[in-house]
Design a protein around this ligand. Structure first.
Ligand SMILES: Nc1ncnc2c1ncn2[C@@H]1O[C@H](COP(=O)(O)OP(=O)(O)OP(=O)(O)O)[C@@H](O)[C@H]1O
Ligand SMILES: [Mg+2]
Length: 414
């Protein structure tokens, strides 16, 4: 019998349709019908509860596109997991439907600037979305890429709505280049010869990006800024409640599970992504146990597991020297003492052993107090040593300590 036989023969004990809990999945009107079809009540009139106002505001701003007018550029802000990407993807589907009925073609196109963030990448992706493989991945002079893209966008009178998700990644990678890319796209409107338009929707969880906009870019984003508020515990309960009837088999969820996931995600800043992940991982734990009822105990274990995974990923992503700084702090703590000065001594012997270059004490202290602290790997508390100046008391949570212990070889072998 093959090792996957069990998976081939049996459905999950727990999940009915696990895709409903995937982060990339945006629920549809069809899902609402499926829920109602099961004889259950669905209390909202949209697949994205609590985002009616935002959806309407954006739709009103984009509406003129269907009459052949170029809509304003829009910026969307909000903390992680507040539904920005989901809202826009939902609207993208609506745009595609409306465009089929409209006299004017309205195209919807989304790029994620975490992955596409060079001038060549952004422009060629826009062009290729109109005509596949018309611009090679690399090799053309920029001017040719630009001109081809403009031609494709202006092949007939049409409006293109370009969503730049995580637009902060584009700007912070290189503020000048980032601004220049945005400006070039906005200025395509003056290069079109037919009645074509392009407008931008920028999405970011950092409102600070407006301060790095070039004035020319800032003024073109002037019109609409829409902020997505964090969800409260009640709203998260509603959101999870709208997913569970299709995601889980009947009778598998204890009643307190959704409220607990919502409460824990509220502590995380009202992050719907976190709430959905908790629910999914809780179900997976039950699946692995071979049982069929998700309880609070599973949610709590899922919470710990997710936190551990976050810390592990953060540690895995550390640059080499920051990793050494972490190991040094860990070793120093093991011998019972806790300040940056002492940790630096440990660090000195470590880099000597490794025969790699040595950071100054000042830089080392920065790595610990800023980088490691911001990632939630260490805790630090500054204290005054009287006339000897200031130092920081460092500590590492027990749980993180266990992780560092297990990962130390991996950290040191880099
Ligand atoms: N109102 C809602 N109704 C149903 N599902 C939602 C809602 N808001 C968010 N979600 C779901 O929560 C998850 C996270 O949402 P989304 O990816 O849109 O967050 P975001 O605001 O783009 O976060 P980030 O800034 O981290 O990119 C997605 O799976 C999304 O479908
Ligand atoms: Mg997003």
């Amino acid at each position: 019998m093959g090792i996957f036989q069990e998976y081939l023969e049996h459905d999950s004990n727990v999940f009915e349709d696990k895709k409903m809990l995937q982060i990339s999945y945006v629920p549809t009107n069809g899902d609402i019908e499926r829920i109602r079809g099961k004889g259950l009540e669905y209390e909202f009139n949209t697949p994205l509860p609590y985002r009616d106002a935002e959806i309407n505001n954006i739709a009103n701003a984009l509406g003129p596109a269907f009459r052949g007018d170029g809509p304003d550029n829009i910026l969307l802000f909000g903390l992680p997991g507040t539904g920005k990407t989901a809202t826009i993807r939902h609207l993208g589907r609506e745009i595609e439907v409306a465009s089929r009925e409209s006299e004017y073609d309205v195209n919807y196109l989304m790029l994620n600037c975490a992955t596409v963030n060079t001038e060549y990448g952004v422009l060629s992706n826009i062009g290729n979305s109109f005509s596949e493989n018309s611009i090679p991945f690399t090799g053309w002079p920029m001017q040719k890429v630009y001109e081809t893209t403009v031609e494709l966008l202006d092949e007939k009178p049409q409006t293109t709505i370009l969503v730049l998700d995580e637009i902060d990644k584009l700007l912070y990678k290189d503020v000048e280049k980032g601004n220049s890319i945005l400006y070039q796209i906005m200025e395509m409107n003056t290069a079109f010869e037919k009645d074509s338009h392009i407008s931008l929707i920028g999405i970011s969880n950092d409102t600070g990006i407006t301060s790095v906009f070039d004035p020319r870019v800032e003024s073109r984003f002037g019109g609409e800024k829409i902020t997505f508020k964090n969800y409260d515990a009640n709203q998260l309960r509603g959101i999870l409640g709208s997913r569970t009837p299709l995601a889980f088999k009947d009778g598998t969820l204890e009643e307190s599970v959704v409220p607990l996931c919502s409460a824990l995600a509220t502590q995380r800043g009202g992050d719907a992504r976190y709430a959905l992940n908790l629910l999914r991982v809780s179900g997976e734990l039950v699946e692995r146990e071979g049982t069929r009822r998700v309880t609070d105990k599973h949610v709590r274990s899922a919470n710990e597991k997710i936190n551990r995974d976050v810390i592990k990923d953060a540690i895995r992503g550390l640059p080499i020297q920051t990793g050494y700084a972490l190991v040094s702090v860990y070793d120093t703590l093991k011998s019972g003492t806790t300040d940056t000065g002492k940790a630096y001594h440990t660090y000195e012997s470590l880099v000597e052993k490794k025969a790699c270059n040595q950071l100054t004490q000042r830089r080392f202290t920065d790595l610990v107090n800023k980088d490691l602290k911001e990632l939630g790997i260490v805790n630090t508390r500054p204290i005054s040593k009287g006339r000897y100046g200031r130092t920081s008391i460092i500590s590492i949570d027990n749980e993180t300590s266990e992780i560092v212990k297990k990962m130390r070889e991996e950290i040191e072998s880099r």
